[in-house]
Design a binder for this molecule. Structure first.
Ligand code: HEC
Ligand code: HEC
Ligand code: HEC
Ligand code: HEC
Length: 478
């Protein structure tokens, strides 16, 4: 992801919306996201209906139908209940918050045109395999009078088709429950939100929501997903007393943890489908660790082995590993927050990796079992209480004895440092750790970032040492 909002460094003045606060405080976090997405270019080497899974029934009325100045079209976020400047945030030209309004336009940008030309699919602005994620791509029959494809990822891509509730959702007597009953998507629920975002920020089985390795080879950025971070970056609501009264307070650790579980559930679900997980005689490379194939090799006598044995992944030497960045995180989450399910999840993950060396059928079946374990963890992490210490426990487990040896590759390591930073930010946001205390350990966290600054210079030993130091200094704040 590009760090459009992240031009300031730590310690700069804290601007007003929560999203901007995060972007300016956690600049290396956002910058790392940018680096991961830009990897494909910076070095040699994220349902049956044509509609989104969360789409429900009803028609899509278009962004213009939300835009009145008594509705969501104000210039200032001073509405009595909701801010009412949501459209302005969605359109913000120079930050991540406005990315969705640009999603269609980027298809016609030089980069979008280049990708489409390389793939030979005609104009990207008319290609279903691009529009599935870069617009509210619904059949003509479900488009209301003011619907425009060029709106990009409009309000209803996330909040659901509005025909059932647009006229009633602000009236006296309407409640969140009545809106949801009329088809509004309950995005305050972590599992629902994760599934909505993952449709486009990882992929879905919908047919036109999947970024293949071919698209990446043609120039599409890698997509990487972390629910708490992406939520904060596109946030256009205030969590004020009124919001909490209507929808409850969403704990950041819960959101992050459920996001990891839903990511693994989605990955294993898609991988279990032969139509997505194979391409010609090959597996679909999208699912695998990019850097296992895209790294420099040398035949010289001084050759240094870069492959490291990984205790979480019993795969034959020389085989590309499934990209297990979210699997590793979920394993640490399970140890910390759902210990009764941790062993079963780890066993399913190990079997899944092992089955990759056995055959297509075995790998597909193992993926289904992994999906079952991830789904059970998602339910458990949604249901459990969060008291305040969880983030410390999770960070300790990420850097601890059981998980740390699994950081043998760039992608998992990058996800780990993002996790540590995200969880620390969550503690700051929720007032459990002061800004000052967090700033005091910035240097340690920045060293962990430096260790994943580039896939080319990544060294697992250095990374594990840096992560350990950062986790140690966070533990001291407990
Ligand atoms: C219909 C597809 C779709 C859905 C659903 C979706 N996104 Fe996106 N999102 C995109 C696309 C496409 C982009 C890239 C647009 C661009 O770069 O102009 C994007 C970009 C973003 C960015 C900006 C990243 C950057 O590099 O600046 C954030 C943050 C983001 N999405 C968060 C979310 C969150 C949170 C959710 C779920 C609540 C979500 N998105 C749901 C398609 C979607
Ligand atoms: C599975 C959903 C999905 C599909 C399918 C998809 N994209 Fe994307 N695309 C994204 C997301 C998400 C991003 C933002 C990535 C990030 O920054 O993390 C993105 C980013 C981009 C960007 C970079 C935007 C920028 O701001 O620089 C371009 C260009 C692009 N996509 C073009 C295409 C084209 C062309 C196609 C069809 C061949 C396509 N995309 C298909 C989800 C998708
Ligand atoms: C990428 C997904 C996404 C898009 C696109 C999007 N939203 Fe949201 N929106 C969310 C999420 C997530 C929340 C926070 C959870 C919640 O309360 O629903 C939210 C919250 C809101 C809220 C506050 C709800 C409350 O109860 O206080 C309003 C109002 C809103 N959005 C309006 C809009 C409008 C209008 C648009 C189009 C201009 C839009 N949203 C586009 C994801 C999205
Ligand atoms: C199983 C091995 C394998 C994996 C895993 C893999 N790739 Fe590739 N990739 C290839 C091969 C083979 C090519 C074609 C190389 C060529 O034509 O020279 C390629 C080509 C590319 C190219 C074009 C390079 C060029 O020279 O223009 C990009 C970009 C790319 N891959 C990105 C990715 C990303 C991003 C991922 C992870 C999501 C990934 N690859 C995962 C094997 C792999």
């Amino acid at each position: 992801m590009r760090a459009r909002g992240a031009t300031t460094g730590p310690g700069s003045a804290v601007p007003h919306t929560p999203a901007r606060t995060l972007a300016s405080y956690a600049w290396p976090l956002v910058a790392l996201f940018a680096a991961i997405a830009a990897f494909a270019f910076a070095s040699t080497p994220f349902g049956a209906a044509p509609v989104r899974a969360a789409g429900g029934s009803g028609n899509y009325e278009g962004v213009a139908s939300c835009a009145g100045s008594t509705c969501h079209g104000r210039a200032e976020g001073n509405g009595a209940v909701v801010r009412q400047d949501e459209i302005a945030s969605w359109q913000e030209p120079s930050s991540s918050a406005g990315a969705h309004s640009r999603a269609y336009a980027v298809l016609g940008s030089p980069r979008g045109r280049q990708i489409a030309a390389t793939l030979g699919i005609g104009p990207a602005t008319a290609a279903p395999q691009c529009l599935g994620c870069h617009a509210t791509s619904v059949s003509a029959a479900r488009r209301g009078a003011r619907f425009q494809l060029s709106d990009g990822v409009g309000c209803e891509s996330c909040h659901g088709p509005a025909s059932g509730w647009i006229a009633s959702h602000y009236t006296v007597g309407a409640s969140h429950a009545s809106n949801v009953a009329a088809g509004m998507v309950p995005l305050e629920r972590p599992q629902v939100r994760a599934q909505v975002c993952l449709d486009c920020h990882y992929g879905s089985a919908d047919g036109n929501q999947f970024v293949t390795h071919s698209m990446m080879a043609a120039g599409h950025p890698r997509v990487s997903f972390e629910l708490d971070l992406v939520s904060a970056l596109q946030q256009h609501h205030d969590v004020d007393a009124d919001y909490v009264a209507r929808k409850g307070r969403l704990d950041s650790v819960r959101l992050w943890a459920v996001g990891q579980a839903e990511a693994v559930r989605r990955q294993s679900d898609l991988f279990a489908r032969p139509e997505l997980s194979t391409y010609g005689i090959f597996p679909e490379f999208y699912f695998y660790d990019c850097h296992s194939c895209h790294r420099q090799i040398t035949d010289g006598p001084q050759r240094r082995l870069t492959f490291e044995t990984n205790p979480g992944r019993p795969i034959p030497f020389g085989q590309p590993p499934f990209n297990d960045e979210n699997i590793i995180m979920l394993s640490a989450v399970a140890q910390a927050l759902a210990p009764g399910q941790a062993a079963a999840f780890d066993a399913a993950a190990k079997d899944f990796h092992q089955a990759m060396g056995e055959g297509r059928t075995q790998a597909g079946q193992a993926a289904q079992r992994l999906r079952g374990q991830a789904a059970a963890l998602s339910d458990a992490l949604t249901a459990r209480g969060y008291g305040g210490d969880e983030a410390f426990t999770v960070i300790a487990d990420i850097a601890g004895q059981a998980t740390s040896p699994r950081f043998t590759d760039y992608t998992g390591s990058a996800q780990a440092v993002m996790a540590v930073d995200t969880l620390l930010n969550a503690m700051v946001r929720e007032g459990r750790v002061s800004q000052g205390a967090a700033a005091g350990i910035r240097a340690d966290i920045n060293r962990a970032y430096a260790a994943v600054a580039s896939p080319g210079s990544y060294n697992p030993d250095d990374f594990r040492a840096a992560l350990g130091r950062a986790a140690h200094s966070i533990e001291a704040l407990r």
